[in-house]
Design a binder for this molecule. Structure first.
Ligand code: PML
Ligand code: MG
Ligand code: MG
Ligand code: MG
Length: 258
């Protein structure tokens, strides 16, 4: 069987200069595309960056690379949405979910104390669940999970089945959470958007699945958060290599994820 070449396509956009020159992060995006679909893929990423509510970028990079490693296929995490009345209620539920997933209470508290550090990064922060200390060495860049996607037709089939609105944002977040949480060292992830107009966030873990929480911050707030809580990490470099480089495509089949 001749398989078509696949490409990893990545975008990052910032304002007041490039990220590495102190620019403000506006938007980032990841896609995997066939050659014939590249024009469309680049357009999706371009559109995402040009219409972001964080502002108009004055720096953007779109990069494509042939994927020459085998691509892992896997099912998405199970999804649920928890409706909450207030940010306080949402945050309480998030902390409880983290604890139930295996993050010690003391580590959760420590992570929250360092929350300010998490904002404005284009990637994620890694916390060791035993020490509550940040363990990645990526300072204001963070770790950016890459080389992952979920092809539209299969995603729409899934969204239809679970009566979820078809949303590029939810798709991207679920793809990322699935990739991060399938690694044995990941205990849980906590995330909410830096988009001031988007207040739903989530806790994801092997135990809890992808638990959306409808309010994790107030409207207008540009402080986002993406934390990976990790356990028993003997090799940080290989963990980061998995997140950044190992290609993964989500493929859902009815009945397999229940
Ligand atoms: C983001 O916008 O970058 C993160 C979105 C997280 C929540 C997505 C969802 O509604 O499930
Ligand atoms: Mg964003
Ligand atoms: Mg695509
Ligand atoms: Mg972002």
């Amino acid at each position: 069987m001749i398989e078509e070449n696949l490409f990893s396509v990545r975008m990052r956009a910032s304002k007041n200069g490039a990220h590495e020159n102190g620019g403000k992060h506006i938007s980032g995006g990841e896609q995997i595309s066939t050659y014939s679909h590249l024009k469309h893929t680049v357009n999706v990423l371009l559109d995402k960056a040009l219409t972001h509510s964080k502002g108009n970028p004055d720096f953007m990079q779109i990069q494509l690379e042939l994927i020459d490693e085998p691509i892992t296929k896997c099912e998405p995490l199970h999804i649920e949405t928890i409706e909450v009345e207030s940010v306080e209620e949402g945050q309480l539920i998030a902390r409880n979910l983290l604890e139930k997933s295996g993050v010690p209470r003391a580590c959760i508290e420590k992570a929250y104390q360092q929350m300010k550090e998490c904002s404005g990064l284009r990637g994620a922060i890694l916390f060791d669940i035993h020490t509550g200390e940040r363990i990645d060495d990526r300072s204001d860049k963070g770790v950016r999970v890459s080389r992952m996607d979920w092809f539209t037709t299969n995603y729409e089939k899934w969204a239809n089945y679970y009566k979820m609105p078809v949303s590029q944002r939810v798709k991207e977040a679920l793809v990322l959470a699935t990739k991060v949480n399938r690694h044995p060292a990941t205990v849980a992830e906590l995330c909410w958007s830096d988009d001031p107009e988007y207040i739903t966030g989530y806790v994801a873990s092997k135990k809890a699945g992808y638990q959306r929480i409808t309010r994790l911050k107030t409207y207008g707030d540009e402080q986002g958060c993406r934390i990976f809580f990790v356990n028993g990490l003997s090799d940080l470099d290989s963990y980061i290599h998995y997140l950044e480089k190992e290609p993964l495509i989500i493929q859902w089949e009815e009945g397999n994820d229940e």
